[in-house]
Design a protein around this ligand. Structure first.
Ligand SMILES: O=C(CO)COP(=O)(O)O
Length: 214
């Protein structure tokens, strides 16, 4: 299972979380990665943790003030990027452009979507993975795998019907090892989570709990 921790703009210490991601990754068969704010990517990557960006824009080098350039994110040490997170929505053409920009910079891609229909559309753009995250469950602590298991199974089917090379993650409310196991049982190959680690008093203990049953 892939466990991708999105730090959003939570007021956690990104280096502390990154060091925990790096250390816990060494204890498990699961793959762990962390997606800090753009300005923290370089310092986070220097810890040795697998580091992702939260967003890249569908642009090239040039006159693009205030944008996130895929090549710069990769230069800073990111190896992958989220695209179209629920809190950073893009138009369809821009999702396509962002996936192409990430490919150009050799970044792995996870395109996020609200529901199975959007997952099918996202899979058609050829990312490495898609992530289904019902927005109403984000940050609630109620896991999507428990509150809405059909949405995960239907997302897995929707992606497979379009392109069975595209793996499916799920997210929203995931905070325990049991949630991760339930996601896997529904066909997800990984989870995308934030508050369960970023808001934990002890992020390392939260990560250890997440991978304990894997
Ligand atoms: O948006 C999410 C991950 O990108 C999910 O957030 P929570 O894990 O806080 O529900």
């Amino acid at each position: 299972m892939f466990v991708l921790v999105n730090l959003k703009t939570y007021p956690c210490d990104p280096i502390e979380v990154a060091e925990a991601v790096r250390d816990v990754d060494e204890t498990t068969d699961a793959r762990l990665a962390v997606a800090p704010e753009a300005t923290h990517i370089e310092r986070v990557a220097e810890t040795g943790a697998e580091t992702w960006a939260q967003h890249v824009d569908p642009i090239e080098h040039g006159s693009n003030t205030g944008h996130a350039l895929a090549e710069s994110v990769a230069d800073a040490g990111a190896v992958g990027t989220l695209i179209n997170h629920s809190e950073r929505r893009l138009k369809l053409a821009d999702i396509d452009g962002a996936v192409r920009a990430a490919e150009r910079a050799d970044l792995e891609t996870v395109v996020c979507a609200n529901n199975p229909a959007q997952i099918g559309a996202a899979a058609a753009l050829g990312p490495d993975a898609v992530a289904v995250e019902p927005p109403e469950l984000i940050g609630t602590g109620t896991p999507v795998s428990q509150a809405d298991p059909d949405v995960v199974e239907d997302a897995v089917d929707a992606a497979a019907n379009v392109d069975d090379e595209v793996s499916v993650l799920c997210g929203a409310g995931i905070s325990t090892g049991d949630d991760v196991v339930a996601a896997g049982d529904l066909g997800a190959e990984g989870v995308l989570l934030a508050s369960g680690v970023a808001k934990a008093d002890d992020p390392k203990a939260a990560l250890e709990d997440l991978v304990e049953p894997l």
